[in-house]
Design a protein around this ligand. Structure first.
Ligand code: UDX
Length: 451
């Protein structure tokens, strides 16, 4: 109306409360805020994001009723099911309140929910608010899950040992052993979950934190599969470079240490926010790193070895043996680390955020996946994009040492670094004006503005 300031329309975001899911959801919030939407985050109490990182957003915490034992159990499947059951009523109450305040705060355009927080869809649809799904993994992971559902329906599960190394029809780069079957929980719970997650229900669209230059043919296939539009708008962090949502404190002293190292010389090592290891794996990894004689920056997350406070289970003599050559911290500003000139490789568990952040900086990888989609991502890095080496066997220090040298010293590693830089450029094109992710983002903004 003339003379009146136009009120922002609102988008409500519902993240799944783990680091690898909070990050892309808050990046989406930053992107939509810059496009004129007000952002409200409705989140579980467990692993609450820190509102001070995003003073421009409104945060509402809802009770999740997770027990202390559940939170520390590591049973992520159980936690997903519990959140979907426990959060439904408090989410509804919170949403009703926000609807009542629309006159004051601006109209709600839609709810965007993490695919794992699927309870949001029924609540919002019941209240006649459009919903959008955010998928934080790849198109290949989604198709792999569909494949697993088909294999189950056709009676092929559990997979026979003789099939494990065979290629998966329609996903030629994957072997049956790479499919993201869960090692956690029972198969019944796992399949119950993926059927919930694959179902679009009444949602109006699906956003994906991937991009056409990485997965064009699978994304085309998925466009046919879904009845609703899909928007591959990744890497979202490139549209939202200032977004920060670490649950752990970032140790920025590692940047000062990196500043003193030579170009491409440092192997950055991190297994993400969830993966665990035992003492013998930690020991093999430590001696492999030490004996490779390459500089390394190693994130050892407190608790990565069950029951550890931090680095007390490192082998005796290790810290002395690496002197100035290695730097060990609890948590780093990872995107800044990957963008640093000194970093020449990343030993990663291949969580999708880490993988797409690495591709975005043109850094080659050593892939050591632990579970779920990480195996699919590792296979794509090593076999499709050819920007990394896949460590498939149990960790053994001599193999670790050889693999590090192959990546950091040998010609083979230099070729991967070269390919990684080319891939980085392709991804940059997707994000620029006229690029596929940029176009999809424009279309997505148009869609939610039309609701
Ligand atoms: C989990 C699952 O393990 C993964 O397979 C799925 O794709 C997403 O959820 P997570 O272990 O959290 O992933 O790994 P990842 O997806 O890589 O996300 C970790 C995030 O934490 C990244 O955005 C990374 O930049 C950040 N991080 C990691 C830091 O900021 N500092 C660190 O020291 C380590």
């Amino acid at each position: 109306m003339a003379g009146q300031e136009q009120r922002r329309r609102g988008v409500i975001l519902v993240p799944f409360p783990y680091q690898g899911h909070i990050n892309p959801m808050l990046q989406l919030g930053t992107i939509l805020h810059s496009r004129g939407f007000s952002i409200t985050i409705i989140h579980a109490k467990f692993n609450s994001p820190d509102p001070s990182n995003n003073p421009e957003f409104v945060f509402h915490s809802i009770p999740d009723n997770l027990s202390v034992n559940q939170k520390s159990s590591g049973d992520i499947l159980g936690i997903i099911l519990a959140l979907n059951f426990n959060c439904q009523t408090p989410f509804q109450e919170c949403l009703v309140q926000l609807i009542e305040q629309q006159d004051q705060h601006g109209e709600i355009s839609c709810v965007v929910y993490d695919e794992l927080m699927y309870f949001s869809e029924s609540v919002a649809s019941h209240l006649r608010i459009p919903t959008i799904i955010l998928r934080t993994t790849t198109a290949a992971t989604f198709v792999s899950r569909l494949t697993l559902q088909n294999l189950k329906a056709e009676g092929y599960l559990p997979l026979q040992d003789s099939m494990l190394l065979d290629p998966v029809p329609d996903l030629q780069h994957l072997r049956f052993k790479d499919l993201p079957i869960s090692i956690l929980g029972t198969p019944e719970i796992f399949f119950q979950l993926i059927s919930h997650v694959s179902n679009v229900r009444k949602s109006s669209a699906v956003i994906w934190n991937t991009t056409e230059c990485l997965e064009k043919s699978l994304l085309m296939q998925l466009k046919q599969h879904f009845q609703v539009p899909i928007f591959p708008i990744g890497p979202m962090h490139k549209f939202a470079p200032t977004s920060s949502s670490s649950l752990l404190e970032e140790d920025t002293s590692c940047i000062t240490w990196l500043d003193k190292q030579t170009r491409n010389s440092v192997l950055y090592v991190s297994l993400g926010s969830l993966a665990l290891m035992d003492i013998s794996e930690l020991t093999e990894m430590a001696w492999g790193l030490a004996n490779s004689k390459q500089p390394f920056l190693w994130v050892i997350r407190p608790g990565i070895v069950n029951g550890s406070k931090w680095i007390e289970f490192l082998p005796r003599g290790f810290v002395e043996s690496i002197a100035e050559r290695g730097y060990i911290v609890k948590w780093v500003p990872q995107k800044e680390v990957l963008a640093h000139d000194a970093v020449g490789g990343f030993w990663s568990h291949c969580g999708w955020n880490s993988t797409i952040e690495t591709i975005s900086e043109g850094v080659p990888m050593i892939c050591k996946p632990s579970f779920g989609d990480q195996r699919v991502n590792a296979r794509y890095v090593s076999q499709v994009w050819k920007t990394g080496l896949h460590l498939e066997n149990n960790l053994e220090s001599h193999e670790v040492e050889r693999t590090i040298r192959r990546l950091m010293v040998d010609e083979e590693g230099e070729e991967m670094r070269h390919r990684a830089r080319e891939l980085k450029e392709e991804v940059e094109q997707c994000v620029r004006n006229g690029g596929s992710s940029n176009n999809h983002l424009e279309d997505f903004v148009k869609l939610i503005s039309s609701f």
